[in-house]
Ligand binder design. Structure first.
Ligand SMILES: [Zn+2]
Length: 233
């Protein structure tokens, strides 16, 4: 800002508050420097982003669909989720789903409901760490225990990237009833379609750890092969 100052010989123009003006100029230069830095950083990020691989390169591999986008639960599955607890439903997110693991409950004649209660009661008994995403009962009924985006304690080192299914069985040989078998085929086909898995990604607990589970389908490998064939027909 300037002001005209009259003198005896005429007038001259002097800056008003000259010292403050200089200070203002100095202050103005600080924000300008900050803006310049921000623009520089933004430009740097933009250029860096352009050098990154295409977005599609970060999408999951086939068969590793993110478990976050969950399918609607069909009406032929009874969803009865365990309460979150350290012993059977830790609430740990699944990394991905790259397979389905089949088990037998190993307790002849027990129902899906009884096994569900056993898993739930582990929260109080602290007896062991165990659960499965699904239980299939002797009548073919299906109970879901764990959400599809969480880990179940069923398949050892494959807990983090598989869905687990435990099947009930009437006898010690571990053979499934026809109703259990039919529901297993239906459930596994549904999971295969959703996660874009093929039959080679459907495995037994035995294939992970060598444990005789599901017993009948470890001791009768031909029956297991027939089951895998039925998934494709
Ligand atoms: Zn098992």
């Amino acid at each position: 800002m300037y002001v005209e100052q009259r003198t005896g010989s005429g007038s001259r123009t002097l800056p008003l508050y000259p010292r403050r003006s200089r200070r203002r100029r100095r202050r103005r230069s600080v924000p300008l420097l900050a803006v310049g830095l921000i623009i520089g950083v933004c430009l740097g990020w933009t250029l860096r982003g352009a050098a990154l691989p295409a977005q599609s390169a970060r999408l999951p591999e086939p068969g590793a669909v993110s478990p976050k986008a969950l399918p609607d639960c069909p009406d032929w599955i009874e969803q009865d989720l365990l309460t979150v607890n350290e012993y059977s439903r830790p609430g740990t997110p699944l990394d991905a789903v790259t397979g389905v693991v089949i088990h037998y409950v190993g307790n002849p004649g027990t129902t899906a409901r009884q096994n569900h209660s056993y898993f739930q009661n582990l929260a109080a008994t602290h007896e062991t760490y165990a659960s499965s995403h699904f239980l299939i009962g002797l009548e073919g009924e299906i109970i879901q225990n764990i959400p599809l985006d969480e880990v179940a304690y069923c398949s050892s080192e494959r807990n983090h990237d598989t869905i687990s299914i435990e099947c009930c069985h009437p006898d010690t040989d571990g053979a499934f009833t026809q109703e259990t078998y039919n529901s297993l085929v239906k459930l596994v086909r549904w999971l295969m379609e959703y996660y874009q898995l093929d039959a080679s990604q459907v495995i037994r607990h035995y294939d992970v750890t060598g444990k005789e589970c599901p017993l009948y389908y470890v001791r009768h490998p031909g029956e297991w092969e027939a089951f895998l064939d039925s998934l494709n027909t």
